[in-house]
Each structure stands twice: as C-alpha cells, then as structure tokens.
Design a protein around this ligand. Sequence first.
Ligand code: SF4
Length: 342
Amino acid sequence: MRHDWSRAEVRALFDLSFPELLHRAASVHRANFDPAQVQVSTLLSIKTGGCPEDCGYCPQAARYHTGVDATKLMSTEAVLDKARQAKAAGASRFCMGAAWRSPKDRDIPKVAAMIQEVKSLGLETCATLGMLSADQARALKAAGLDYYNHNLDTAPEFYGEVIHTREYQDRLDTLSHVREVGMKTCCGGIVGMGEARDQRAGLLQALANLPAHPDSVPINRLVQVEGTPLAGTATLDPFEFVRTIAVARILMPCSMVRLSAGRETMSDELQALCFLAGANSIFYGEKLLTTGNPDTERDMALFGRLGLTPMPVVQQGDTVHADILETPVPADAGPNPSCAVA
Ligand code: SF4
C-alpha cells in the first residue's frame, strides 16, 4: 500500500497502452476482490439546493440558475421513512447528503438524531454535509456515523478553475478530522471538467497519497447542467474515463472504486469496460428506492448480462441491495479481508 506516488509515476500509468493499462488494473482488482462482485450504494438528499458555495459543476449552488429549488432540512421522520424504504429494498447502508458549505453547530443535533434513528433500523450510516470541524466530526461519530463523504474534486493545481469559495486545504482538513475520530472516508473527484490528463493524474495522486487510502473512491463524470459554469465543457473521451478508473484501481488496490455521477449517461459497454478496469461499486440515487424504477431495471439487466453479483455487506460494510437484484449472493463472498483495513 503506497502513499508516495509521484506525478510522473501516475502519469506513466495513464500513458500506457489501453490494453496494457487494463490488464494491469484487472490484475490488481483480481488480487484483492472478486471481480464478479459490485457493491451497490444509495444516497438520499436530506437538504437540497441553496448552497452558498460556487462549485462550478453543481446545480445546487444558489448562485447558479439551474431550476433546483432549495429545500429545508428534512424531518427525522421523513428521513426515517426513506430509510425504511431503503431497508425494505435490501439496503444496509444509508447515505444522507446536505447541500451545505458546512453544517452549523445547531444542525448537528438534528443530523445526529437522524443518524441514531437510521442506525436503530439496523442500517449503516454515511453522510456528506460539507466541511466539518473536529468537534462536529466527533459528534457525528458519537451519534453512530460510520462513513463521511468529502471529495477532493480535482488536482490541486486545477482546483481554482472550479471552486473559489473554499481551499483545497479545507478539504484535506475535513478529511483529517474524519479520520482522526475513526470514521471511514469516502473521497474521490470529478473528471471531464476541462482538466488535462496530467490533472486527472494529479487528482488520483492526491487521493492515493492521503495518509490512508479512502475506503471508497467515487469517480464522477461531469454531468453538465445548464446554468452552471461548466455547462458546455468539451466531453471527456470515454476511454480516458476508463483509464482514470484503471489508474485509481492500481493506486488504491483495496478501495472500493465507485462509478458515481454521470453513470446514467454511460452506455452499457462503457460501464462494462469500467468494471473490467477495476470499478467495483456503483452509486444509486434516492429515486432508486422506488421499486420498478427503470434505472434499477437497467442495472439489474446489465448485472445479469455481465454475470455480476452485488457484493455482500460484510467486511467493507457498504450498502448492498442484494434483495433487489435477481442474482443470488454467495454466502462466503466478499472483498479480500486483508483489504478491509485499506
Ligand atoms: S458545496 Fe456541495 S452542494 Fe454546495 S455547491 Fe459545492 S458541490 Fe454543490
């Protein structure tokens, strides 16, 4: 497990021939996981829109006119209803996201109550609430929060092209607070924002060189939303996206590499290439909590066509919708236990 990757080393991986890169990434994947298993996670937005930040990709920033209506923080009971639906659909982990720069101290007891109640349903808990102070991280941990998501978004040198209302170091500080209280981290970024290959390498270098590799590494492909500054950005070559997945797998061999935002616009063939390159987690949105959702059906069909099965909830403790996927889950399956501490 390395944490000292140089930019040149990461860039050299990106520059390999496509077959060679995929072969290396698939080899690392197989050495640490069952390549036929894919973890499935869900996310509920508990407070949407109206965010004071200026992330150039985000339709929830109040300053962009994207048609997203700001909502107040959901009530605990409403969140619990969604959590019960998620559990009934087979979920064991429930992620709660709020469009905040950072939670106010007065928000923490409300979110803590949600975490405790969701936890009492027997679900694992995850949250993404913006920047956290050390005390806030401690309070969330005490409430039972298992995972905290906070992305680096992009390479340090490209960051200023995308976000101006917080610093890269702020993100590193939040991740540090989360690690220090013993919560697991979910941390990745977004590609296709107009960055160069070297900057995609820089994002992965920054992630891999954190003091501990993130437990989950969401790799998002920019979803261009009308009204945001990044609308109209040249679309990233799909093969370059696959290369990014492959290099992430090689650098962080025991992390869950997750296809996240942008997956809904990927072809089945592109997703299959990503799984070959070492992606072993996918992200569902809240709407997936509704049975009969066409996206769910498409995912189930793709899993079936590729012979993939949902990763059981065990060592990694991530959400698995085993019940909603038709393929049976082997009782003894799961990631390589030696990787569970990545
Ligand atoms: S902090 Fe989060 S919700 Fe706010 S603008 Fe940035 S990405 Fe969007």
